[in-house]
Design a protein around this ligand. Sequence first.
Ligand SMILES: Nc1ncnc2c1ncn2[C@@H]1O[C@H](COP(=O)(O)OP(=O)(O)OP(=O)(O)O)[C@@H](O)[C@H]1O
Ligand SMILES: [Mg+2]
Length: 266
Amino acid sequence: MRIWSIANQKGGVGKTTSVVSLGGLLAERGARVLLIDLDPHGSLTSYFRYDPDSLDTSLYDLFFEKRCKDLDYIHKVIKPTSREGVDLLPATTALATLERQVSGQDGMGLVIAKTLAQLWDDYDYALLDTPPILGVLLVNALAACQRLVIPTQTEYLALKGLERMVHTLKMVMSSQNRQLPFTIVPTLFDRRTQASLMTLKEMRKLYPEHLWKEAIPIDTKFRDASHQGLFPNEMDRLSRGVRAYRHLLAELEQMEEAKNERTIEK
Ligand SMILES: Nc1ncnc2c1ncn2[C@@H]1O[C@H](COP(=O)(O)OP(=O)(O)OP(=O)(O)O)[C@@H](O)[C@H]1O
Ligand SMILES: [Mg+2]
């Protein structure tokens, strides 16, 4: 199973849109995909028309009574989406209270990793939508994943957020004593505005090794897709935004292949 986290501590930068877009594109190729909603706001959960205020089970429950090791329980939590082959591990708003309830308890940073270990043969990919704050949920995502995607809005203020995110990442990685490859993905790009162009240029200067060389353009079809609860590529296979995410997916896969080669060489 390949596990990718989509994270940025800044809100509204396209995290949930990236999870849904990449998930739909993976399914297009026949991959079995699990989307995981780690955000107490439950936007990903709402996207597929589940109500984070009233679901009776969610990711939250896996943090208690060793349920993350109970495959039957995990299957009870997982829900189908509009597309065959893509499932959802939903959030409920109770997740907002998790920090207070589990802080200081041992093993709480590895609940998602343990859950995914149970599901290893059931899915080819897990994509994790993460909350914008550094807490137990983001730490879980970073501990479980093998790759991080950081969507970053192409506007000046987003650069500060990006700096904070990269700093957080380095801090968490050093405390977990591991390295995590990450890719910065410029989003909401509008080539007609000076702000978008300047920000992209600045990003290239600051993070030359980690920046994806293309950008996700502004495309109103994303909003239309979310209004209908459909994957963007189900709405329109060839919209500008979907085509950009298809390129991004190809790039991420290529990096995975290169990593495999390196590991084999070692
Ligand atoms: N490339 C895009 N073009 C146009 N609209 C977009 C694009 N990407 C995202 N959006 C829209 O912008 C809004 C915010 O996007 P999204 O929910 O994906 O961000 P987020 O980072 O997950 O936000 P939050 O931090 O609140 O969870 C949504 O209404 C979404 O439809
Ligand atoms: Mg979101």
